[in-house]
Design a protein around this ligand. Structure first.
Ligand code: IPD
Length: 263
């Protein structure tokens, strides 16, 4: 089993290179390649190209590792390590030219299912802002050189973030959940990139975050950032983060958020 620090170095290098490619393609103009689960759920040529680059670089460095990515087929692991990758998280922001998107790369060991995996390394890089987050299991979370720690909300209430799925059929449920958490909130953010929402919880820029419908690649790296920054991470009901729900917050807010969300 490789040292997690080795995996982190590789993930950091690849995230930088992939982020540069995403930024370059953005500066050249972005074409929507296809829609996915709903008309609003888009993939750009850049998503595909960046995922192909990440996959190729990982495959050359660690040919026996597995791969799970947003835009291409999964590959089983022979080494026990699997890479879970969102090449451009925040694709709609990216397509609209909003500089809030990220390359998200995690290394997990064991069964590459969020119900069972052990996250070893998480890297989230926003090439538009230059902010590079990383976490190593048991060794902490950083933004650049700065060690991260989650926040405790003030008496004014919690600054919370969430997201809304692309499928209009899920919106009523999203609004109902929003209503139940509003009493805890000083305000709400919907910034459009789950990996960065989680990174912001780790950095104390948000007090908490929750969202229904996330895929493994949306929360794999950001989730480790939160737990390594002293935060708590959960799903529904009382379980691990998953499609049904992902919840992240500091230890003081977490149980109140879980209770408000009724899990
Ligand atoms: C999406 C973003 C968004 C979240 C969606 C995700 P994508 O990822 O993280 O914030 O609300 O659920 O699917 O499609 O931009 O990679």
């Amino acid at each position: 089993m490789p040292h997690a620090q080795e995996l982190a170095r590789l993930a950091l290098d690849i995230a930088r290179e992939a982020g540069e490619l995403a930024r370059l393609r953005r500066s050249e103009g972005v074409a929507i390649a296809a829609t996915k689960s709903a008309l609003a759920d888009i993939v750009t040529e850049a998503d595909r190209e960046v995922e192909a680059l990440v996959r190729d670089l990982l495959g050359r460095a660690r040919p026996d590792d597995g791969f799970v990515g947003e835009e291409s087929g999964a590959e089983e692991s022979l080494s026990g390590i699997t890479w879970v990758v969102d090449p451009i998280d925040g694709t709609v922001n990216y397509a609209y030219g909003i500089p809030h998107y990220a390359v998200s790369i995690a290394a997990v060991s064991g069964d590459p299912d969020p119900e069972r995996w052990t996250a070893l390394v998480g890297v989230v890089f926003n090439p538009a802002s230059g902010e590079l987050y990383h976490a190593v299991r048991g060794e902490g979370a950083w933004l650049g050189e700065r060690r991260l720690a989650v926040s405790t909300p003030s008496d004014a209430g919690a600054l919370l973030a969430t997201g809304f799925g692309y499928d209009p059929a899920t919106h009523e449920g999203d609004f109902a959940r929003l209503r139940t958490v509003m009493p805890l909130a000083r305000d709400i953010r919907r910034a459009g990139a789950a990996s960065l929402d989680l990174a912001y919880v780790a950095a104390g820029r948000l007090d908490g975050y929750y969202e229904r419908g996330l895929h493994a690649w949306d929360h794999a790296a950001g989730g480790l950032l939160v737990s390594e920054a002293g935060g708590l991470l959960g799903g529904a009901p009382g379980g691990r983060p998953g499609r049904e729900l992902t919840i992240a917050a500091g230890p003081e807010l977490f149980p109140r958020l879980v209770a408000a969300l009724g899990t």
